[in-house]
Design a protein around this ligand. Structure first.
Ligand code: RB5
Length: 153
């Protein structure tokens, strides 16, 4: 089973707590980097902390929840080695693992309900990267991170 890390801001806190409980019940090893209450906090700091856990090798996949999922995904994607996908449908949650090798799933508590969120998480964490032709494209994403635009030609 993959090691997971989860985080949210205040707007995603309630959903984070429910998803966390569900994943622990399923037997996943999961670290929670906060936030730990509904007190207002800044999503960029949470996204950064979660990305550090992944790039530091302490977890393989991450889940970030805010109001919409958008702010979290913007922040996460600024990190070298992070491929974050903000999704609200299970098809995209699965395909972003298969084709983009996404390592962070983002969604919004103000967008999706608990049932759909569970399905997004399940699809994301149980799907493997397909590699093959997609590997070359993920390499190009990595090249963009390094400002190696020659690699895109
Ligand atoms: C917080 O109000 C909200 O801006 C945040 O959770 C998120 O939706 C940002 O993208």
């Amino acid at each position: 089973m993959k090691k997971l890390v989860i985080g949210s801001d205040h707007a995603g806190f309630a959903l984070k707590e429910k998803i966390k409980a569900t994943l622990i019940e399923k037997g996943y090893e999961l670290s929670d980097i906060g936030t730990y209450s509904t007190e207002s906090c800044a999503y960029p700091a949470i996204a950064h902390e979660l990305c550090d856990v992944i790039t530091g090798g302490k977890a393989e996949l991450g889940i970030l929840i805010c109001g919409t999922g958008v702010g979290m995904s913007m922040c996460a994607n600024k990190h070298d080695g992070i491929r974050a996908a903000c999704v609200s449908d299970t098809f995209s949650a699965r395909l972003t693992r298969m084709h983009n090798d996404a390592n962070v799933l983002c969604f919004g508590e103000r967008v999706v309900g608990y049932g759909l969120a569970c399905e997004l998480v399940e699809a994301f964490i149980t799907t493997e990267f397909e590699g093959g032709r997609h590997a070359a494209r993920v390499d190009m994403i990595n090249a963009i991170e390094k400002c190696d635009f020659e690699a895109l030609k």
